[in-house]
Design a protein around this ligand. Sequence first.
Ligand code: HEC
Length: 195
Amino acid sequence: MQRGRWIQASLGVTIAALFSLPAQAGELDILKPRVPADQIAAAKAMKPPFPVTADIIAKGKEVFNGAGTCYTCHGATGKGDGPGAAGMDPAPRNFTNHKFDQVRTAGEMVWVVTNGSPLQPAMVGFVSAGQITDKQAWEAVMYERSLGCGGDMDCVNGSADWVAKQPVHEESAKTASPVAATLAGGPSPLDLSLH
Ligand code: HEC
């Protein structure tokens, strides 16, 4: 075989091998609310138990990397790629995605950290399990939101009012009416079952 052809052939094999690697399981739709319909209005209305400052975000980072062990799945930089995330389906949330902050209120996130995700038993209720306090859950969520919000403190606070004002995204256009209803705080018409 000519040298050029050999390189071409082995490159082909390498590329084929790369594509046959098991695909990393993805995150589950950000537009699917995690809080059950009968509790979502209350969850959205929850507010941080403190004024959110850079100091709170720093405390949240400590919880994320310490007592909460959140980094093991959500990754040291919050991209959802921690060592514990391998093979997890649905995958841990990527907190650097600004769109996630635009569709999810901080209260809904705290609800999940308190009670766990109904869609992924690996995301346990860290507060109800007694691993962290309610205050620490808020701190960790403020830190997580800062990863996708940057210095925009309204985005970090993630109130229902702020979320409702965010532009509707490309993906949400496909499911425009249920999302609009959900963002408006109405009962969620999206079903919570895994597909
Ligand atoms: C054992 C792995 C694991 C650990 C540890 C973990 N998470 Fe998660 N987390 C997940 C997975 C998987 C999801 C995706 C669940 C889903 O799609 O509903 C998730 C989702 C979330 C969400 C997003 C829920 C939503 O509304 O979509 C929040 C907020 C969250 N985690 C916060 C935390 C915090 C805070 C900690 C630490 C106190 C933590 N997680 C620790 C696996 C983990």
